[in-house]
Ligand binder design. Structure first.
Ligand code: HEM
Length: 384
């Protein structure tokens, strides 16, 4: 049996489903039902980047300093009601079934163009996953395609800012990335203005009618880059890697792509955890989470909960389940879930249609990035 690609974090299952990590000073939740219960609890706030502190923040002497940038504070992902609903409601129509159907040809054509000249070998990350996810996010926001090659570096610097803003270098780079996005947004809004149907058009209109402040336009664009790029490009890589590790490439059929994507999301998702901060006391399983405590919901581990999924560590291509937590749960459920499914489906479709045989040409290359292992290269040998 090949080694499970998620071995590094599955060991968290050995402990209780809800427990306090005294070294980090945070709560860790790994049980499927416990994660669902806590993600519905209004006493757990999403404004953790602003208010949450770990031991590392205290050790690095940033005591008392306000956390994170003004731009990140504006992201509705990290806001609670009522601001969360107001901004989410503005952007949500961009992800309607009709809008996604209109975007589908662009996604499929992009996959076709990226795979057109590939013969024999492909590095899935730089040749497919990264350019696809960055071009789609630019299209959604209304940024010109020339901006797409800059998305990966921006997302990487913003990812670091969210977890390690006790390091001055990280703050510097993250702030610069947010400023550069603001600049790109300003350029896209001048001249003929934001493209029709784009997020920038929706946001500019909302600013015009006084629903939001001007700073919310670039801030929401940077949220869409953060939420929509790395999540999707990494998941495309993980999905292919999972098929390689379980040697099931040739068993995957084009007809089952939709359910295959769901099982791959359950097996090894790209968003391993979401955080919340307690704004009130919470009782769970005999524990008391105190006001101000940080709580980490381990989505990837919960998706392997042995009490919830039969043979939970098996990638079962025939499994019928939409019950995974890869896109979160509750009020902050992923707004881009439909788009992500479409992108991943198109990418897998493009690969499986062209090559009935694929195998790892060399072991996947991972780069550690502030506690997260980023998939940088996934080189395959392929043949029809
Ligand atoms: C496989 C790819 C993706 C995964 C695994 C994923 C996962 C998630 C998760 C777990 C959350 C919940 C965060 C929380 O509860 O704190 C979330 C929220 C969100 N996602 Fe995704 N996501 C993906 C792709 C996308 C895409 C393509 C977009 C759009 C471009 C997107 C936009 C968002 C937004 C805007 C939110 C915030 C929703 C809110 O706070 O109301 N995501 N995503």
């Amino acid at each position: 049996m090949p080694v499970d690609p998620c071995m590094d974090y599955l060991s968290l299952r050995d402990d209780a489903a809800v427990r306090r990590d005294d070294d980090l000073g945070v709560w860790i939740v790994t049980g499927f039902e416990q994660v669902r219960k806590l993600l519905r609890n209004p006493a757990l706030s999403s404004a953790w980047p602003e208010n949450g502190r770990t031991r590392l923040h205290d050790q690095e002497g940033t005591d008392g300093a306000q956390r994170t940038s003004d731009t990140v504070r504006r992201w509705f992902m990290f806001n609670d009601a009522p601001r969360h609903q107001r901004l989410r409601g503005l952007i949500a129509p961009l992800f309607s079934a009709a809008r996604l159907a209109a975007l589908q040809p662009f996604v499929e054509e992009t996959v076709d163009r990226l795979l057109h000249d590939v013969t024999g070998r492909i590095d899935v990350m730089p040749e497919l996953a990264v350019p696809l996810a960055s071009r789609v996010v630019c299209r959604l926001i209304g940024l010109p395609s020339v901006v797409a090659p800059r998305i990966a570096a921006w997302a990487s610097d913003i990812d670091a800012l969210l977890v390690a803003d006790y390091l001055p270098e990280v703050v510097k780079r993250g702030t610069l990335a947010l400023e550069e996005i603001e600049q790109a947004v300003a350029e896209a809004r001048t001249g003929p203005g934001a493209p029709e149907g784009s997020a920038l058009e929706v946001l500019s209109d909302a600013y015009g009618t006084g629903l939001i402040e001007e700073e919310d336009i670039a801030a929401t664009a940077s949220l869409l880059i953060f939420a929509g790029f790395d999540t999707t490009s990494t998941f495309i890589g993980k999905a292919v890697r999972a098929l390689m590790h379980t040697e099931q490439w040739s068993a995957a059929t084009l007809e089952q792509i939709t359910s295959l994507v769901e099982e791959l999301l359950r097996f090894d998702t790209s968003v391993q955890q979401v955080a919340r901060i307690a704004v009130d006391q919470v009782e769970i399983e005999g524990h008391r989470i105190e006001r101000g405590d940080l709580v980490l919901m381990m989505l990837g581990v919960a998706n392997r909960d042995i009490g919830t999924f039969a043979a939970s560590d098996v990638l079962d291509l025939g499994r019928e389940t939409g019950r995974h937590l890869a896109f979160g749960y509750g009020a902050h459920y992923c707004l881009g879930a439909g788009l992500a499914r479409m992108e991943v489906g198109a990418a897998l479709n493009g690969l499986l249609q062209r090559w009935t045989h694929a195998e790892l040409a060399e072991p996947p290359v991972l780069r550690p990035h502030f506690g997260v292992a980023v998939l940088e290269h996934l080189r395959l040998s392929v043949r029809a």
